[in-house]
Ligand binder design. Structure first.
Ligand SMILES: Cc1cc2nc3c(=O)[nH]c(=O)nc-3n(C[C@H](O)[C@H](O)[C@H](O)COP(=O)(O)OP(=O)(O)OC[C@H]3O[C@@H](n4cnc5c(N)ncnc54)[C@H](O)[C@@H]3O)c2cc1C
Ligand SMILES: NC(=O)c1ccc[n+]([C@@H]2O[C@H](COP(=O)([O-])OP(=O)(O)OC[C@H]3O[C@@H](n4cnc5c(N)ncnc54)[C@H](O)[C@@H]3O)[C@@H](O)[C@H]2O)c1
Length: 475
């Protein structure tokens, strides 16, 4: 067994691990990163990139079909082979050569293999050829191993070879029919994509769609899926699953009905990839999410960090990378005796995780949200006012599309006169989100927002409508 020593050892070269490593190298530390599959992680190969690749053609087509004059030029259906070809290109055909090159350019040493903690500041790597290497960390180990699909304990489900998000995003042959279990972001996006690709989709959700978001978001997405031919079964549980003689999956549901489909996609959330990580060697529970402070230090440790999905703060690439910048920099500061800036909104903390997380769900219509919803703000006892506006009333919506459907909501903290949350639902609303994120994070007073004039005629005029709904300040 060989042994090598680095200042920092990162386990997991997804988007988050890459960024922790890069910041630490930029701060002057030596860094090894361990990866058991593809450098770039879930996001690049089985999540963000391929899913958006599968969704884009449908969105582009709908945009053209919503404009008189343009819709006449759309004379055919989606070319499924073209969509899959474009998805393959977005995943670089599941080849990580360019990301490996990026790591080398960044000065990070890549160690291929499965990493496990083997005591304080020690990581044992089993290479693809079975060889063992021990990496010793002078200062810190960062666990960035991400998450995997959760398979609920439903009788028969494991035996029907259900799809997870991996099989769905890497699909090679679009099934004639697809049942989707779950009502979250993966279920809603994949239902949208597979309807576009021509599958007969049945979506089975035990509550409403997109549960934690404003209720109108899930309602509009469910309505649109139904309008486009999907069967959307809300408040329905999966009771059992089996493969039947013709090879189809048969699902028994809590409403007493049965659904048959060629494949079933399970999209019921995530589990941390910590089961086989040697957590027991450092007195932590294998298989658990890793609880961290705002600098991403695992509570109770002064050398072990957990960054990205694996800490369960916000399971999103951009938020994980934000944590990674803070963690990489604080590891450097602590290793070199520098100043640690860990007060709220400091350079070494991920304060935004607590109340300013932006997310775009690429359904039809798109859903863009940041910060609090009405329900979360009320549950937290905040003194709020809710501002609602129908996006179709905005001039920018009518020029964009002949029948724009959309809704927006802003949540105002009445005690401070600032925005603490916003949700937009409609075509292209994803691009409205950063303005809302800046308003929330910057705690921009509503009185000052009146001077941030949205250009006419853009969808951003919703900002003016929010302010008019709230009322103009009086002197
Ligand atoms: C279908 C789908 C679509 C998504 N779309 C979006 C989106 O549009 N936007 C968005 O922001 N987020 C999206 N997400 C979430 C996003 O994919 C994750 O938040 C992100 O990938 C987390 O990054 P990470 O680096 O923490 O983990 P990962 O990307 O999971 O990377 C972890 C890496 O660690 C490696 N690893 C694990 N264990 C070990 C070990 N013991 N030894 C060595 N290596 C190991 C893995 O092989 C992997 O490469 C989506 C998720 C899914 C499932
Ligand atoms: N565009 C994006 O930003 C994007 C896209 C996809 C995924 N993601 C991220 O990936 C993560 C995973 O997404 P997800 O959709 O798998 O999880 P999720 O947490 O968003 O949704 C899980 C869904 O499964 C349901 N569920 C849970 N257990 C169940 C059970 N036993 N039976 C039936 N239903 C059950 C829940 O009610 C919920 O509707 C999310 O945190 C999300 O933020 C982001």
């Amino acid at each position: 067994m060989s042994e090598r020593t680095y200042d920092l050892v990162v386990i997991g070269a997804g988007p988050v691990g890459e960024n922790v490593a890069d910041r630490a190298v930029q701060g002057g530390l030596s860094v090894a990163i361990v990866e058991s599959e593809l450098v770039g992680g879930e996001c690049s190969y089985w999540a963000c990139m391929p899913s958006k690749g599968l969704l884009r053609a449908g969105a582009a087509l709908r945009a053209a079909r919503a404009v008189d004059g343009a819709k006449h030029a759309v004379t055919g259906d989606i070319d499924v082979a073209g969509v899959l070809r474009r998805r393959d290109s977005l995943t670089s055909d599941w080849n990580d050569a360019s990301q490996v090159e990026w790591l080398q350019g960044a000065g990070v040493d890549l160690v291929r293999g499965h990493g496990r903690l083997s005591g304080e500041k020690r990581v044992e790597v089993t290479g693809p050829d079975g060889s063992l290497t021990t990496l010793v960390a002078r200062h810190a180990v960062a666990v960035c191993t991400g998450s995997a699909a959760l398979l609920p304990d439903v009788p028969g489900l494991a035996d029907v070879s259900p799809w997870t998000s991996r099989e769905a995003t890497a699909v090679q042959e679009v099934p004639g029919s697809l049942a989707i279990v779950g009502g979250g972001v993966v279920a809603a996006e994949m239902a949208t994509a597979f309807v576009d690709l021509g599958s007969e989709v049945t979506l089975i959700a035990r509550s409403r769609l997109l549960g934690p978001m404003e209720p109108f978001a899930g309602d509009l997405v469910a309505q649109s899926l139904t309008d486009r031919g999907a069967r959307v079964l809300l408040h329905t549980d999966l009771v059992s699953a089996q493969r039947v003689d013709d090879g189809q999956v048969e699902l028994e549901l809590s409403n007493g009905t049965r659904v048959r489909a060629d494949e079933v996609l399970v999209a019921t959330g995530r589990v941390p990839r910590t089961e086989d990580l040697g957590l027991d060697t450092v007195d932590l529970e294998p298989g658990s999410w890793l609880d961290v402070d705002d600098t991403m230090l695992v509570r109770g440790s002064d050398w072990l960090y957990a960054v990205g999905d694996v800490n369960h703060r916000a399971l999103l690439t951009h938020q994980g990378k934000y944590q990674a910048r803070a963690a990489g920099d604080v590891i450097v500061a602590r290793a070199t005796g520098g100043t640690v800036d860990d007060a709220p909104w400091g350079a070494h903390v991920a304060t935004a995780d607590h109340g300013a997380v932006p997310q775009v769900t690429f359904t039809d219509p798109e859903v863009a949200s940041v910060g609090e919803t009405e329900a979360s703000a009320r549950a937290a006892g905040r003194n709020i006012r809710v501002l609602d506006y129908d996006l179709s009333w905005i001039a920018g919506a009518s020029t964009r599309s002949d029948a724009y459907t959309g809704q927006a909501r802003a949540i105002v903290d009445e005690d401070r006169g600032v925005l603490i949350g916003a949700t937009f639902v409609g075509a292209d609303v994803g691009e409205l989100l950063q303005a809302a994120t800046i308003a929330v994070v910057g705690e921009v007073p509503l009185a000052r927002l009146w001077h941030a004039v949205p250009a006419y005629p853009t969808l951003s005029e919703v900002w003016l409508r929010f302010l008019e709904t709230y009322g103009r300040p009086t002197v």
